[in-house]
Design a protein around this ligand. Structure first.
Ligand code: FAD
Length: 391
């Protein structure tokens, strides 16, 4: 049987939440082990659009009232980290765009009035024109208004790679997880038969949290899955675009991000309203047809003659909540040594880590001394979704 281990914090799940937390803990001097049963980033993280939201989207329906929500501070925290002087040193992570844009294709939509009046966006949104427009919108036929939001877009594959680097020797590929009890108390996990004792166990396994909780005999916190049907398009004629395109409703009609493919072309990744309820109900072919129609209508000058299309069905895993639309904060629940949570957004990974660290400080858990880790089987990093679907 493999050698038993002891550590300060045992983390389950190597998406952005677990990896960010692991890197923060290591920087603070804690010993940690992170167990991943698939590939690093291969859950939702590498399927995300990489937008570091600051809450502007919520201001569209008046749900963000001020800077009090954690999300408002995220662009600054990530910017500092990417510049190498933040809570983590993420230098080397590729910034795809300094800004995300809000794009109103026709006359100003009514809901923008309250948006611009909102405290959350005041002073943080500028209209851009001409050469300042995102490259894909610089065309004589483009009519509409574009606003620059103080939100950035990151290349998630380079982010996951950097976080994996910061993990040092703490990553463990493991399949079978079982609780390790001492009396009634959960004191660790058995991973593929190897005992790992820890002072705290954090479940940050995305949609895998529900099954892990069941394995531990727990029913709370409850999880909800929100299905999405995303569209990808790759072609020579695509130029970078990072924007929420507004429709009549409170949600962006379409949210476009652009990702560099290995062959030098750009891949547009389309989410927003098109990927939600009606989009989820569509077949793959119908979803592609609907996206083609949207792009043709909104950006008729884009040459899509050689473009290849694909769709991706993926669920967002979150804590169960009421149907109310509200700004997000990371979610963390506690039960004895066990902490369970969902960041709810990639952008909120720093908030998730902060919440875990606050519980350690509250409980007087300082970094302990542990034997160095033996060489552990390391989980692989997942491929970007656009390389898998549109190689
Ligand atoms: P995940 O990334 O899902 O990671 C969980 C990990 O746990 C996985 O690697 C999985 O293999 C592992 N795991 C599961 N079960 C086990 C087990 N039993 N044992 C060991 N390991 C296990 N957020 C933003 O802020 N900006 C965006 O632009 C954005 N766009 C998005 C677009 C899409 C299409 C989707 C689906 C989400 C988007 N999000 C975005 C949300 C964001 O992706 C997620 O909130 C975030 O990635 C969740 O991170 P996580 O680490 O909790 O989960």
């Amino acid at each position: 049987m493999s050698q038993a281990l002891s550590t300060d914090i045992l983390i389950v799940g190597g998406g952005v939440a677990g990896l960010w937390l692991n890197a923060r803990l290591r920087r603070l001097g804690y010993a940690s082990v992170l167990v991943e049963n698939g590939s690093l980033g291969g859950g939702q993280s590498l399927k995300s659009q990489g937008i570091i939201h600051g809450g502007a989207k919520y201001a569209l329906h008046g749900a963000l009232t001020g800077a009090s929500e954690a999300i408002a501070d995220m662009p600054r925290r990530w910017r500092e980290a990417v510049a190498g002087n933040g809570e983590l040193d993420l230098s080397g992570v590729r910034l795809l765009s300094e800004a995300h844009y809000l794009w109103s294709p026709g006359s100003l939509a009514g809901n923008l009035t309250s948006f611009f009046a909102s405290k959350a966006v005041r002073g943080r949104v500028d209209q851009v024109k001409g050469e300042q427009l995102p490259p894909a919108l610089q065309h004589p036929k483009f009519k509409g208004k574009v606003y620059r939001l103080a939100e950035l877009v990151l290349d998630v594959p380079s982010l996951i790679a950097r976080l994996a680097e910061l993990a040092g020797d703490s990553l463990l590929a493991g399949q079978e997880l079982a609780p390790l009890h001492e009396g009634e108390e959960l004191v660790g996990l058995r991973v593929d038969g190897r005992e790992i004792r820890a002072r705290r166990i954090v479940l940050s396994a995305g949609r895998g949290n529900a099954e892990l909780l069941a394995t531990l005999g727990l029913e709370q916190p409850r999880q909800q899955l929100r299905p999405l049907h995303m569209v990808l398009v790759k072609g020579k004629g695509l130029k970078p675009l990072y924007a929420h395109c507004l429709g009549g409703g409170p949600k962006p009609r379409i949210t476009v991000t652009s990702h560099p493919a290995a062959n030098g072309q750009w891949v547009w990744y389309l989410g927003g309203d098109i990927a939600e309820a009606d989009g989820v109900a569509r077949s793959e072919a119908a979803q592609i047809a609907s996206a083609q129609k949207e792009v043709q209508q909104l950006l008729p000058w884009i040459d899509l003659s050689d473009a290849r299309w694909a769709t991706l069905r993926v669920d967002r895993a979150e804590p169960a909540q009421s149907g109310l639309v509200r700004p997000d904060n990371a979610f963390l629940a506690e039960q004895g040594r066990l902490l369970v949570g969902w960041p709810t957004k990639l952008a909120l990974a720093p908030d998730f880590a902060e919440r875990v660290i606050a519980t350690l400080e509250r409980d007087g858990i300082a970094p302990g001394s542990h034997a160095p880790l033996p060489a552990l089987p390391r989980p692989p990093q997942a491929q970007p979704v656009w390389e898998e679907l549109l190689p």
